[in-house]
Design a protein. Structure first.
Length: 464
């Protein structure tokens, strides 16, 4: 049996290699726009701004290297989910939320289009997203979810029974599923590297190994010097808590993944999955998976959900208990994979606002902007956020007026801060213990009703 490579950032970097380092900031500097964070949000924002206004002097500051955070560790789901849509419907009306959802549907195609235009080979396969139910309670939630998505304008979504589900992917015990065409599998690091190359080719300056310690109006402060710019954009997602005065802004939620060895053709003939859909489920502590370009299964879910004091890990090392738990999920879905080598395990953090709503903001009085709080659906949402930041800056600087994107309901949404410690740590760990308990109860109770434990946890957490 092959030993598991644990950490090392992620399987995606083990597969494609750590990039050659870029130079850190050499000293004090000026720019028209300074972007803090070299992940998808920061790089997409630099890309679209520079495309729209080629004479802009744009500087990106990255603490480690581009894609070190969630952009280089995620499950490679390019899909149309967005955190907070239901809350935005309650706050701004159903039609506003429908516009937001339509923008997300279009964003999947936009990322695919830009990747092709920039010759970025990111192993993109547009197989859609298949989400399965394993028990009666999950099937009830799945049908409700399917109906809600159609109500928000997704008319091309399909609902399947057990047999139709197996025709796509033979998930053990699946009793139904829902599928949307608005999704694709990709290699997140190949996309990230290609985007960074495209951004530099446009004339954007990227400084790596340059941690920003504090953001103030017109200032991004680092140990090597300060970048002064009329616009300073915070694009730091799960690492936001490392900035001065931002400890309680977004909670860095941990998510962990494993990857199998490449599976032989005879195993794939048993599993199916020829459409290479991204695969999820309707559990409260849900899983997400993809069939990679080299025929592995990469699968993720929650391990230790949160570290005390909003701390983040260094290299993605994952506890053995979490690796074992994810292996159990894998073999529950596909029993024929018992004993299959798990070659890689890793973890990363995603940004969670207190109300679980993704946001895009530009404070016109200070020039400070930010985007994030994607709660795990950032591969596509970062692109929509970047185009929205572009439009907000162009509007603020008088280069254009309001656009369809600046009118979306997530723009300038205000979120209260998370509770101080130890309440933050206790709350998150209690919440996920409740979700795991609810999943176990639903698995054995054979009821069509969602566990009351999960319903209460949703209400307390602010997720619904």
């Amino acid at each position: 049996m092959t030993s598991t490579i644990n950490g090392g950032i992620s399987f995606w970097y083990a597969d494609d290699g750590i990039p050659a380092p870029r130079e850190p900031l050499p000293g004090d500097a000026t720019a028209d726009v300074c972007i803090v964070g070299g992940g998808y949000t920061g790089l997409w924002t630099a890309y679209y701004l520079k495309k729209a206004v080629p004479f802009l002097n744009i500087t990106v500051l990255e603490a480690k290297f581009c894609g070190y955070g969630a952009s280089g560790r995620n499950g490679g789901w390019l899909y149309n989910g967005i955190a907070g849509r239901d809350r935005y419907a309650r706050l701004h009306g159903h039609d506003a939320a429908v516009r937001l959802q339509q923008a997300m549907n279009d964003t999947v195609a936009e990322v695919v289009r830009i990747a092709a235009e920039e010759n970025i080979d990111a192993d993109i396969h547009q197989g859609g997203v298949l989400e399965v139910a394993h028990n009666p309670a999950q099937l009830t939630r799945l049908k409700n979810f399917h109906a809600a998505e159609i109500a928000f304008g997704e008319k091309d979504r399909e609902l399947y029974g057990a047999r139709e589900t197996a025709d796509r992917v033979r998930v053990a015990g699946a009793v139904g599923s829902t599928w949307t065409p608005h999704g694709a599998r990709l290699h997140p690091v190949k996309l990230l590297k290609g985007l960074a190359t495209a951004v530099e080719a446009l004339g954007v300056t990227i400084h790596e190994s340059t941690p920003v310690t504090e953001i103030k109006p017109k200032h991004a402060i680092t140990p090597y010097g300060t970048v002064r710019a009329p616009y300073v954009l915070r694009c730091t997602e799960g690492f936001t808590a490392s900035l001065a005065h931002q400890r309680r802004t977004w909670l860095p939620m941990n998510s962990s993944m494993i990857a199998t060895a490449p599976l032989p053709d005879d195993v794939w003939s048993q599993i199916g999955w020829s459409g290479r859909e991204t695969l999820g489920d309707m559990a409260h502590a849900y899983m997400y998976a993809q069939r990679t370009a080299d025929n592995r299964i990469a699968l993720g879910g929650r391990g230790i959900p949160y570290r005390y004091g909003s701390r983040t890990d260094n290299d993605g090392t994952t506890q053995a208990a979490t690796v074992d738990a994810l292996r159990t999920v894998l073999t529950r879905l596909f029993p024929q994979l018992a004993g299959t080598d798990i070659t890689h395990a890793w973890s990363g953090v995603l940004g969670v606002p207190r109300d679980w709503c993704a946001t895009v903001t530009l404070d016109r009085s200070t020039g400070l902007g930010w985007a994030g709080g994607y709660v795990g659906s950032g591969v596509a949402t970062t692109n929509l956020a970047a185009r929205t930041l572009r439009d907000l800056i162009q509007q603020d600087s008088g280069q254009s007026g309001p656009t369809e994107l600046t009118a979306l309901p997530w723009v300038n949404h205000k979120v209260r801060k998370w509770e101080p410690e130890p309440f933050r740590w206790l709350g998150v760990h209690t919440l996920y213990a409740a979700y795991r308990t609810a999943d176990r109860h639903e698995l054995t109770a054979h009821t069509t009703r969602t566990s009351r434990i999960a319903t209460l946890a949703d209400r307390i957490s602010g997720r619904h």
